[in-house]
Design a protein around this ligand. Structure first.
Ligand SMILES: NC(=O)C1=CN([C@@H]2O[C@H](COP(=O)(O)OP(=O)(O)OC[C@H]3O[C@@H](n4cnc5c(N)ncnc54)[C@H](O)[C@@H]3O)[C@@H](O)[C@H]2O)[C@@H](O)CC1
Ligand SMILES: [K+]
Length: 510
């Protein structure tokens, strides 16, 4: 599991009511159990446990484990590389304070602050001849590592590696990149790594030589916290820089509209603005352009005729050059000439793309199949016509295995292409290759016309800000549903797509 996805899942547990403090308790308890097993297996007698802690959640797991190990009768020494005031994780601080409050202390616990390099050089582990047999728990850095290692952390890692203690790393060996498995400077070289919930991607990549034996502990994270999109996923949204200029936050081109439909590209464009894009250009035939241009937020390029045709290709390709992402299809209609144009554009535009209803019905899968920067937003019938496969999403089962089997049926079909697919329904399914997420935001009122255009507009807006197709697709369907839920609160089932659009900015901010 990628570290960012682990963070998202942890956060989503909170929205189920499962706090980070509970997760840390569970992680620390599992850690203590595993260390206990390792101690018995390796030494078959009580040994001293030395826990190195940093300033984050990784150290917090160490503080929790200390309590359980003390109860099992172990002597525990904690070596804190950051003192209480330097602990950033609230949960870690709470767990440290529990140890601190144990006064008078009957347990065999000692706590040392290693504030300076000298403190580290002079600690017992650095002169470990004085110990016979002991276990080191490495709770310095986990998934929260970033940038270059600070000097004191580097030194502590060197001391751990040159000691003769048996080392158990918490979640990730400190210093090892939890995503790539690379060691940029130095890293703890443990005999075992105890991971929580799922092994982090970097651990798999690094291999046993760098991480030792891998133990994975279930810490009670329910599968629903991982499968369903929730507010935790919002951390993937790029923060808007305070110094940004016009255009820095996404320039979009929407290609759509026809004699019959001018509403669809307008809604998509306004939704893109709602999701934070700076500039939205719409390329539409003149029969739709006038109506679209009544929205002053949209910049309309009027093209000759009642429908988009292959004759417009050159003009549109020039416009696409200036955009960061392009949406093809809303309200374009279905006819041979428009179909021809959409296929040309899908093959020639090299910017990230969203293919919506009328584009989905006309663009041939082989044209986009090798691209991983494309999002398709079909409902189940469009899915069938695009992929030529009739399957249903059936999540009414109480059996994980059946749900997984149903989802993997979809994955097998979607694997024909490299892009992300949002299968819209009462519960939505987002798939890209072996990744998937489910979404339950939204309500039955969203069957009203135009909500699909709003979704496509949000998706292209997020693509234009540099999100990858999977993240843009998952966040777009979640945000669109949340905005729909706000519209329902305001107007009951009497809301329309423009009401959904009106709430997009607010639900993102909130
Ligand atoms: N997030 C959660 O809810 C859970 C997290 N858990 C544990 O918490 C860990 C993640 O916690 P955090 O996100 O707090 O991160 P970490 O504990 O990995 O460390 C982040 C801390 O180290 C500092 N730091 C980062 N890079 C550094 C560098 N190069 N040099 C020096 N200091 C550096 C940061 O300032 C931050 O205070 C996991 O690996 C796992 O062990 C578990 O308790 C299970 C639940
Ligand atoms: K660690």
């Amino acid at each position: 599991m990628d570290p960012i996805d682990m963070t998202v899942t942890d956060l989503n547990c909170e929205y189920l009511g499962l706090s980070r403090l509970c997760l840390m308790e569970s992680a620390g308890k599992s850690l203590a159990e595993e260390v206990g097993k390792i101690a018995v297996y390796t030494f078959s007698k009580p040994v001293k446990i030395i826990i190195f802690t940093g300033s984050g959640g990784n150290g917090g797991d160490g503080f929790v484990a200390a309590r359980y190990l003390l109860n099992r009768g172990y002597d525990v020494d904690i070596y804190m590389l950051k003192d209480k005031n330097g602990i950033h994780s609230l949960e870690a601080k709470t767990n440290y304070e529990i140890l601190e409050n144990m006064k008078p202390r009957f347990s065999r616990l000692t706590v040392h602050n290693l504030n300076t390099i000298d403190d580290i050089n002079n600690c017992e582990v650095a002169n470990s001849d004085s110990f016979s047999e002991f276990i080191i728990i490495d709770g310095i850095l986990g998934t929260g590592i970033h940038g270059k290692l600070r000097e004191n952390i580097k030194r502590a890692i060197e001391v751990i590696n040159s000691s003769n203690g048996l080392t158990v790393s918490v979640d990730v060996p400190s210093g090892l990149d939890p995503l790539t498995g690379q060691i940029h400077d130095v890293a703890v070289k443990p005999q075992y790594t105890v991971s929580f919930h799922k092994v982090k991607t970097g651990i798999h990549k690094a291999g046993e030589e760098k991480v030792g034996g891998i133990v994975t502990c279930d810490i009670g994270i329910p599968i629903e916290a991982e499968y369903f999109i929730n507010y935790g996923d919002m951390i993937k949204l790029n923060k808007r820089s305070l110094k940004s200029h016009k255009g820095n936050n996404g320039k979009i081109l929407i290609v759509g509209g026809s004699k019959e439909y001018s509403g669809a590209p307008s809604i998509a464009g306004l939704a893109a603005i709602g999701a934070g894009a700076d500039l939205v250009y719409v390329a539409a035939p003149e029969s739709a352009a006038l109506a679209i241009s009544t929205h002053p937020d949209l910049i309309v390029n009027s093209l000759k005729g009642d429908y988009l045709t292959a004759e417009h290709a050159e003009d549109i390709l020039m416009m696409a050059d200036k955009a960061d992402a392009v949406l093809l299809g809303p309200g374009a209609g279905i006819n041979d000439e428009t179909g021809k144009l959409l296929n040309i554009l899908a093959s020639k535009i090299k910017k990230p793309l969203v293919l919506d209803a009328d584009a989905l019905k006309q663009v041939k899968p082989q044209i986009i199949k090798n691209r991983d920067d494309v999002i398709l937003t079909p409902h189940i019938f469009e899915f069938k016509s695009f992929f030529g496969k009739d399957i249903k999403l059936d999540l009414d089962s109480y059996d994980f295995a059946e749900v997984d089997e149903n989802i993997s049926e979809f994955q097998q079909v979607v694997r024909q292409i490299n892009g992300a697919v949002v299968v819209k329904g009462a519960i939505d399914l987002v798939i890209q290759k072996n990744k998937f997420k489910l979404n339950k935001s939204g309500n039955p009122g969203m069957t009203v016309g135009g909500t699909g255009d709003a979704l496509a507009g949000i998706a292209v807006s997020l693509l234009s800000k540099g999100l990858n197709a999977f993240d843009a697709a998952t966040l777009a369907i979640f945000i669109n549903g949340l905005a729909g839920d706000e519209a329902y609160l305001e107007k009951g089932y009497g809301f329309g797509a423009t009401d959904v659009v009106a709430h997009i900015g607010k639900v993102i901010k909130g």
